[in-house]
Design a binder for this molecule. Structure first.
Ligand code: AMP
Length: 602
């Protein structure tokens, strides 16, 4: 089988690795760097630049240099996240016809997958040159909380780059794989991954080369870019106080500030103090203006402490979700360039009460893991099972608007669950399958992912047809739902694409709401169940009435019809007492019919 490369398509930097003969070969780019900036630039003379060259010319070509587009993958232009990116982005962002965020350069629109494809194409070319053979097969990583849309977008980026994306795997899982292959021990590890744009914390259990993700938490909008932005904001405010000039309005100055902030941050990981010097940053009537400032590590830490604290809150949440404590963690693995910042390292060490493990290079661990997964798929490495979890429950809407879960949250994937359902009305010709995601008991309170119909159900009384519904999440975390009429063997299926991006924050909100509305939800479910009981009794009463009306007196008939009518009307209200009363009356009527039917036999 052909070689399968592993690619970490990062927000800030990307990395490509081939795992061959038990060794991970990090493939350098044309300039000899082991990681490549995920930056694409378009020059005035129509050239497209990628990686280091694009980064180097960014200052002079700020409005046409595109970076960190991974944060916009699968997001709408109007989303608060994209609006926030726009504030500090020198390049233009706009809405596509479907509302998705796209970048606009020289009047041409590029989707985030297209920009990602330019980076992937460059990595692929580096690999081909280095290995001196054509490469098409790849494993690509994504943040653990990328939803289906974002995973599909990443897969599309790979396809656009001419790659056959064999598998999409979660970044922390890949990192753990890189770590796990070099050890034959077992235990529970925490993978703390703070990169340029995203943060993930995953709790994994591993033993004998088998990994199981117990829980993953994080934030797709928290990373080095935010740390840089804090520093930029402080520099811009200081400059405004001195000169009354607003640098936010100056794209070239913004790009220079961004570079200087990142450089200062990186330097402060090894030294206590650094100088930021940006001569001729801008000018006003009085002449050119320069920015010069000495920054200490302590100052940087004060500006960014709360961001690091946020990651620690996620760590606690992940431990809770995995049902483990700090004491159960056997190792803490550091991944992502930002973990080199002493404030980050110390905060993680303090929280977990142990020195985090940095034996795997934090810039390369994810790509190494992807390459190992690639080697497994190519048959070059023995069986290593990789298990991830489904972050939110998935299911369908059933009678009475109730959400019936098929795959609960935190179940390991790949997973396939089948349940049998039936019709709720006589002679129902089709069933509506409404696929939802969330934790609330009523369908209307959860996120709708897809709807489809299974048609051609033969005429039958309600409850007779058997419809088998299967939910399957594949190893890439992509959901497929199918419905099959066991009678006709007719089948319908959809590959579910989430209608909106679900960030970790959104997942947290959904879980918090589920908790907050527990009482109200219980009432609503009781109401739905009561309505269902009444509907069932109305149905059976009407049927037995049709068969026994000859045996009933006119006044009995009148009473039963009146009870049926008031029961029907009561179910239209939300008054539980009223519905319960009419249910009791209707039960009496139903018993009356039964009595009459058996009267002659007593
Ligand atoms: P990644 O997405 O893993 O490539 O991480 C990139 C982020 O790590 C960027 O925000 C970099 O500025 C940051 N970074 C890289 N090296 C260092 C360092 N030595 N100290 C602090 N931050 C760093």
């Amino acid at each position: 089988m052909d070689k399968v490369i592993g690619i970490d398509l990062g927000t800030t930097n990307s990395c490509v690795v081939l795992y061959d003969g038990g060794v991970a070969h990090v493939i350098p780019n044309a300039e000899g760097s082991r990681t490549t900036p995920s930056i694409v630039a378009f020059t005035g003379d129509g050239q497209r630049l990628c990686g280091n060259i694009a980064k180097r010319q960014a200052v002079a070509n700020a409005t046409h240099t595109v970076f960190a587009t991974k944060r916009m993958m699968g997001r709408k232009f109007k989303s608060p996240e994209v609006q926030r990116i726009q504030m500090t982005s020198p390049f233009k962002i706009a809405a596509a016809d479907n509302g998705d965020a796209v970048v606009v350069v020289h009047g041409k629109r590029y989707t985030p997958p297209e920009i990602g494809a330019f980076v992937l194409r460059q990595l692929r070319e580096s690999a081909q040159e280095y290995l001196d053979q054509p490469i098409t097969d790849a494993v690509i990583t994504v943040p653990a909380y990328f939803d289906d849309n974002q995973r599909q977008a990443t897969r599309d980026a790979g396809r656009l780059a001419g790659l056959n994306v064999m598998r999409i795997i979660n970044e922390p899982t890949a990192a753990a794989l890189a770590y796990g292959v070099s050890t034959d021990s077992s235990g529970i590890i925490a993978v703390y991954d703070l990169g340029g744009g995203t943060f993930d914390i995953s709790i994994l259990e591993f033993s004998g080369g088998v990994f199981q993700v117990k829980a993953t938490h994080g934030d797709t909008f928290l990373g080095g870019e935010d740390i840089d932005a804090r520093l930029m904001d402080a520099l811009i405010e200081g400059f405004r106080a001195e000169t009354n000039i607003d640098l936010y309005q100056d794209p070239v100055a913004l790009q220079r500030l961004k570079d200087a902030s990142e450089r200062a941050k990186i330097e402060l990981s090894t030294v206590e103090e650094t100088e930021i010097s940006l001569p001729f940053l801008t000018a006003d009537n009085s002449g050119p203006k320069h920015l010069r400032r000495v920054l200490t590590r302590t100052e940087l830490e004060q500006l960014t402490q709360d961001l690091v604290d946020q990651t620690i809150v996620h760590c606690q949440d992940a431990l809770n979700a995995a049902n483990v404590t700090n004491a159960d963690i056997t190792d803490v693995l550091m991944v992502g360039g930002m973990t080199k910042m002493p404030l980050v390292f110390n905060a993680v060490a303090n929280f977990f009460g142990r020195t985090p493990n940095r034996t795997v290079n934090p810039d390369e661990a994810v790509a190494v893991g992807a390459a190992i997964q690639g080697a497994i798929l190519a048959g070059d490495v023995g069986e290593v099972v990789l298990l991830d979890v489904n972050p939110l429950s998935l299911g369908i809407e059933t009678s009475g608007g109730v959400f019936t879960k098929l795959i609960p949250r935190n179940v390991t994937v790949p997973v396939s669950i089948t349940e049998t359902f039936t019709t709720s009305e006589d002679y129902q010709p089709l069933v509506n399958i409404h696929v939802l995601q969330g934790e609330r008991p009523l369908a209307s309170d959860n996120t709708s992912l897809a709807r489809f119909e299974l048609v051609g159900i033969p005429p039958a009384l309600r409850g007779v047809p058997k419809i088998e519904v299967t939910f399957a999440i594949d190893a890439n975390g992509i959901l497929q739902v199918s419905a099959r009429d066991l009678g006709t063997k007719r089948e319908q299926q959809v590959r579910v694409r989430a209608t909106s991006g679900l960030s970790e924050a959104a997942i947290e909100r959904i879980l918090a709401e589920a908790e907050q509305y527990t009482d109200a939800d219980r009432m609503n479910v009781e109401l739905a169940e009561l309505r269902r009981r009444v509907a069932g009794l109305i149905y059976t009463t009407e049927r037995s009435l049709a068969e026994s009306s000859n045996y009933l007196t006119e006044s009995e008939l009148e009473q039963i019809r009146a009870d049926l009518e008031s029961a029907r009307r009561a179910t239209e209200s939300a008054d539980m007492n009223k519905i319960q009363n009419t249910l009791r009356d209707l039960e009496k009527s139903a018993f009356r019919i039964t009595e009459v039917m058996y009267r002659d036999f007593t």
